[in-house]
Structure formats: C-alpha cells, structure tokens
Design a protein around this ligand. Structure first.
Ligand code: ADP
Length: 509
C-alpha cells in the first residue's frame, strides 16, 4: 500500500485498477468518483474546502456477496477501505476515512429489517437500517416492542451500536443489545458470531454466548470486519411510562444527585440511563434550547412497567431525590400504547420512549448557523458524586482556557459516567476550527492524568486517545496489532481506526 505521511493513500494506478474491478463486480453505477458524490461524505465538521480527510471513491454494495467482492478487490490491489452504515457519525468524522484517499464502503442500500421476533423481543437488521426505519417496522408489526434510540433518527442501528453508542431507555447501552453478528472479514471470509456459528442455529439472536470465545467484541469500534447483519434486543412495550425530570443550580449539587441516582440505578428503581445536561434548557415548547450562560443542571430519567409497580418506583425515586436540598422534581405519565403523547410534547419524553426525531440537529446549528461544527470530548469515569464534581470543574477549566463555554451532557450508567462536552465552531473559519481540534489532545492528556480514558473519538484524534492506553508498555495496542495482522494481513480495512495501524503503517514501520 502506498501511504505518505500524514497517512494519505496515493497509488493512483492501483486505485484505477481497483475501481475497474469494483465496477465489474458491482456495476458501474455502484462506484462513485464524482466530486459531488464525494462531497456528500466529507467530514461535515472539518475545515470547509480542505481535502485532508477526503475519500477517493465510494462503492455501494447491495448484498453480502457484493461486500465480500469489494473486500477481495481491495486485497488484490492493496487499496484501503473505510466502512460506514449511514455515515451520520457527526462529531466523530461522519463518513470520512482515517486515511485520506480510502475507498468508502457505503452500506446505506443494504437497509432491510430482516426479522422481528415479537415473542423473543429482538429484530435482525442490515447496516443501512436507520432508527426511523426500525421504529416504523416495529409500529407496523403491531407496536408490541420498543427499541432504544439515540437522539437522532437518521443514523443506523449497526453504526451506533458497534461504536458503543448510547440511548435513553432501559436498553440504552447499545453495544449490550447486540445479539449475534454476521461479519465479512478483511480477507472476504464470512462468519457468524455466537450460536450463529451453526448453520440454521435457532438461538443465534436468543442466546447471548458462544461455544468458545465470544467474538462479538472483536467487531466493535474495530477494523476487523464489515458487519452485514446484527441481532438487536428490544423491550416489550410497557403498560405505563413515566418521564421524569429534576433541576438544580450549581455544580456542587451534582454530588448528592449522582450518588442518589447511582443507588436508584443499582437497586433497579430507575432502570433507564439518565442524562444530566448543562447549557441546554427547554424552550417554551419543551424542545431543547442552548443557554450556555445558565448555571442550571437538568436531569432526566424514566420508569417503565405495570402501573402499580411504576407508581411505587416513582414515589421512591422522588422521595430519595426530593430529599436533596434545592432540587425541583417533575414527571409526566403516559400509557405505553400512547405514542402520540410523548411525541407531541417534550424532547425528553420522546427519546426516553424510543421515538426518534431530528430536533437535536437543529439545536446544534444555533451557535454558527447551518454549517456549525462541533467536536465532542467524551472521557469516562466512575460514578462517585464528589469525583463527578471535581471532574466537571477540571473539564470546565479546560473550556475556560480555550475561551469556550462549557456545554455538557453527562450520561449516567449505574457505576460510571460519560462526561460528554461539546466545542462549537464555524468550519468556514479555518483558524478557529484547527484551534479546536488542536486543543483536544491537550484535554485528552489532562484527563489521562486523573485516570480517565476517552470512550469514542474523532478520526483526527484516534492516535492520541489510543496512546493513553499504556498499561504494560501498551499491551492493549500490541494485542490489537497482532489481531489486525492476523485477520487483515494486507491492512486494507479501516487502517488507523481507533489508533490501530496494520504492519507497515505503524509509526515504528
Ligand atoms: P451512524 O449510524 O451514526 O451513521 P456510521 O455509519 O457513520 O454511524 O458508523 C460509525 C462508525 O462505525 C464507522 O466509522 C465505522 O467505523 C463503524 N461501522 C459502521 N458500520 C459498520 C459496519 N457495518 N461494519 C463495521 N463497522 C461499521
């Protein structure tokens, strides 16, 4: 592979031969090289007009066999590929590749919901299935099942869950909902994980383990395969759904609130994944609005189930949280089969009921108009109240240093917390955009000093984030490199993703 520094693919002749072969395998209309075709897949939040992250072509396979053909062609000509499902991974690079000049594998055309099992509560989806598509299919099947969703409905179930994306219902830990994968390996082989290893295996999507090592994790945030099918766990529609909020002023209150919520999550009183936001307030219609000057924090959480149990859980949650001085509580109760109630109303009620929308995208355009870019900074730490306060102070001080406001969305798990914060900038302003990206590694290093790794990052910062994982002379990276070399000997699939480079492209050669 001909890669120049800083990691751009440059072998025009090999690329030309590969494009001919892609066209022979997929048809010429499935191989796009026009400037406009490529423009659609740029990183929307990188410097406008820069070609630093541009792809050289896009191929659009329509079947598993075509995906296998794409991989074989890439191996034949040693051309790097970069896969995406819907490419809406905005803030982390969108569809744009780590290595400039890679060929994008666009899976949007493989977009069928292959199966919905209403009894066992799972669906099987292809990569192009968006949250909007899945929810529509579940409703068309009778609405007995709910899916967890992230805020925006235009992304894919597969892209989001493989990246450890998160949602806001009881099943909001999306990587944990994965129930069996079908994967095209970097050499074109095809494999199914778990009990899908048996042809016709009846428990592929029903039983969570394998006979032998569990390989699903190999394909998450990974460059070891292209996932072509994914089993996805769903929850039964609850009889009652209660959407709850609380508000308080000042960072200090985060300590008792986080400690109380940890207890409620660990004992199962609150079964979803609460969200704590600062700088985002509800407008008069209940939709989110940005108010970076506000010192108020708002938390949402939800309770689902039979009315008798849900109401008791609500009383317990409100008693525990209400005992904290200065906390204001609110809740709204819906019938589980009332999809219009939560949808008409407030953003929080919608997402916690698994109803996708697009309003967060509009919100993120507020600072600099339609082209507004944002970069998300996402360290993960333990859910201990006092530590949440000190980490918030540290992160806030890093934004102060940058001259940026601290807009935060903290995602709570029962034992940990993702400290997500967002820098906004105008991608038309090159200097301002570069300044934001350049500040990021410094922030990563500051958080590493207190033992906080980053859970997910932008293509530009994958190396710096990976470099912090230094236990035993970077054993984690060394093992990943051995796996990469074994499964992808030509290093054609997503080279550099998560800071893992194939042999020959590593910094040491
Ligand atoms: P979204 O669902 O948010 O649009 P993307 O489609 O942009 O997400 O995917 C996010 C990332 O996940 C990609 O950059 C890629 O690394 C990985 N990914 C997405 N789809 C697949 C897939 N089918 N197989 C393997 N990795 C994938």
């Amino acid at each position: 592979m001909t890669i120049s520094s800083p990691k751009g693919y440059e072998d025009e002749a090999a690329l030309g031969r590969a494009l001919d072969d892609f066209a022979a395998e997929l048809g010429s209309d499935a191989v796009l090289t026009g400037e406009e075709d490529l423009a659609e897949f740029r990183d929307p939040f990188w410097v406008m007009g820069s070609d630093e992250h541009d792809a050289s072509a896009v191929v659009v396979p329509k079947s598993v066999e075509e995906v296998r053909a794409v991989v074989r062609v890439a191996n034949r000509h040693k051309v790097p590929l970069w896969t995406f499902s819907t490419g809406r991974n905005y803030g982390y690079g969108g569809a744009a590749p780590r290595v400039r000049g890679s060929v994008l594998v666009n899976l949007r055309e493989m977009n069928k919901v292959l199966e919905i099992d209403e009894d066992l509560a799972y669906a099987v989806v292809e990569p192009g299935v968006r949250w909007f598509d899945l929810i529509e299919a579940l409703e068309a099947a009778g609405g007995r099942l709910w899916s967890s969703i992230p805020d925006l409905g235009w992304g894919s179930v597969i892209g989001n869950s493989l990246e450890y994306g998160r949602g806001h219902t009881r099943l909001g830990s999306h990587a944990s909902n994965i129930a069996g994968l079908e994967v095209v390996l970097p050499d074109g082989d095809l494999m199914r994980t778990g009990m899908g290893a048996m042809s016709g295996g009846k428990s592929w999507h029903a039983y969570p383990h394998a006979f032998g090592p569990s390989l699903d994790g190999l394909f998450m945030q990974s460059s070891l395969g292209i996932v072509t099918k994914l089993g996805w766990r769903l929850m039964p529609r609850p009889e009652t759904y209660i959407s709850c909020n609380l508000r308080f002023d000042g960072d200090e209150k985060l300590a008792p609130v986080c400690d109380a919520m940890r207890g409620l999550m660990l004992d199962g009183t609150v079964s979803n994944y609460p969200f704590l936001g600062r700088g985002v307030v509800a407008d008069e219609n209940g939709n989110p609005d940005l108010d970076p000057t506000s010192e108020a924090w708002a938390m949402r959480y939800a309770i689902y189930g039979y009315p008798e149990v849900a109401e008791a859980q609500l009383r317990i949650a409100e008693r525990v949280l209400g005992a904290i001085d200065g906390v204001e509580l609110e809740h709204r109760t819906y019938r589980g089969d009332d999809r219009e109630g939560p949808d008409k109303g407030i953003h929080d009620d919608r997402v916690q009921a698994g109803i996708p929308g697009m309003e967060l995208l509009d919100l993120y355009k507020v600072p600099f108009g339609p082209d507004t870019g944002h970069l998300d900074f996402s360290p993960v730490g333990p859910l201990r109240g006092e530590e949440v306060v000190s980490t918030v102070k540290l992160v806030r001080s890093l934004y102060d240093r940058l001259g940026q406001v601290y807009a935060a969305g903290l995602l709570l798990l029962p034992r940990s917390i993702l400290h997500i914060s967002v820098s906004f900038f105008d991608p038309k302003d090159e200097a301002a955009t570069r300044a934001i990206y350049d500040a990021y590694p410094v922030m990563v290093e500051e958080l590493a000093k207190i033992g906080y790794p980053i859970y997910r990052t932008n293509i530009r910062n994958m190396d710096v984030v990976a470099s912090q994982l230094d236990f035993n002379d970077h054993a984690f990276r060394r093992v990943n490199e051995r796996l990469k070399d074994a499964l992808d000997p030509n290093g054609i699939l997503q080279p550099g993703k998560q800071g893992i480079w194939p042999r020959g492209l590593r910094p040491e050669g």
